[in-house]
Design a protein around this ligand. Sequence first.
Ligand code: SF4
Length: 391
Amino acid sequence: MNKLSSPSTPMLIERKSLGTKPKAHSGMPLTTRLDAHLGYQCNNNCLFCYFRERKNQRSPLPTEKAKRLLRLIKKLGIETLELTGGEVTLRSDIMELISFAKDDLGFKNISIITNGSRFCDDAFAAEAIRRGVDDVLISVHGHSAELHDRLTDRKGSFDEVSRAITNVFNAGASCRTNTVVNKLNHRYVSDIAQTLHHLGLRKINFIFFSPLDDAAHLQEEIGVRYSDAAPHLERMIDRFRDKFETMSVKAVPFCFLDGYEHHITNFWQNLYDPCEWDFFNRVRVRRSRLIRDVSVFTGLLFFMDIRRMLRIGRRKSYAEAIARFQSFRECRKSSACRLCKYDKVCPGVWKAYARCFGLEEIRAVPGIKIEEIDFSVKDRFDKKLLSLRTE
Ligand code: SF4
C-alpha cells in the first residue's frame, strides 16, 4: 500500500489542507469556489428543476444555521462563496447574510445564483452589490419570453432576467449566465447567445440537463440526446467564440463536440474550473467528513494511478480520487470508450441518461490518449480569467 492511500491519511485530510499551499503542479490550480445551499424555496417552477418536488415542502435554513454553514465553508479555506438555493434572494435575511459573509468572515468573492426575480429591482441589486456581492450568475433558458417563460413556468420571468442583467452591470458587479440545454431549447442556443451578447454578457455557460435528484425521471421528457444538441452547439461556438470571454459547455462527453473540446467542462474538469465548485469540500459540507474521507480513500485505492498521484501531489489526488469514485457510482461508459483519446479524462454519461437513450450514439475519438484532466479548462481560463478567483 502506498503512502497516499494509507488508512490513516483521509482522517488527516481536513487538518492538513487548512492553511497549507497546494503542492506546485504545472496544471490548473484546484477551484476554491463552493456553494452554500440555503434552502429550496423558489418562485419559478422550472420544468427541469433538480429540487422540483421538495422545493416548497421545506422551509429555508434558519439564519443562525445559515451563518454556521458559511463559517464552516470559510474554515475549509474556500475563497469564493456562491450563495444558492432554490431562489436564495427570496430570503428575508439575504442582505444580512451577504454582509456577514463579506465583513465578518472576509470571503474574497461572493457570488449569487439567481433567477433574477429580485435583481430586476434596481434598489435590491444596488444594495446586494454594495454589501459585497461581486458576481451574479443568472439563469436564462431562452432567447424570448415565450421560450424562457415556458421553461420556468412563470410568465414575466424573461423580462425579469433582462432587467436583472442590466441592473447588475449598472451597479458595477460581474454578471454571468447559465442556460440549461434541454429538449425545448437546444435548437435555439445560437439565438440565446445572440440575446445574451446584446444584453452585455461576456461569460456564458450552457449546461446539459442532468437527470439527477428530483429530475432523475425527467430524462425522456425534458432531456435531449447529446448527438441532437451537438450540431447546434457547434454552430453557436463557431459564430460567437470571438464575442465572449468564455463560452463553456458543461456536462457533455467530449466525443460529441470533438474539435470544440476546449469549451467543455465535465464532471472531472469541474475540479479545475474556477467557475465550478470544489467537490472535495462540497461532500464534506453537504454530507459529512466521514463520507468524504471514505470516498477519498476508496477513490485512491481503486481509481487512481500511483504515477499520477506522485505527479499532481496530495491535495489534487484527493480531489480526483473522490470525483472518480463518484463517477464510478453515477456514470457509465461504452465499450468503445477504451479506444477513445478522451478515455482518461472523461467520466462517461450519467447512468440515467444511458438507461433512457442507451450508449449507441457514443463513438470513440481516435488519437493519442489525453492524460491531464484539466486540459480543456487550461486554455479557456487564461490568467485574466483566473482573476475570477481573486478579483
Ligand atoms: S471516453 Fe467514451 S464517452 Fe468519453 S468522450 Fe470518449 S467515447 Fe465519449
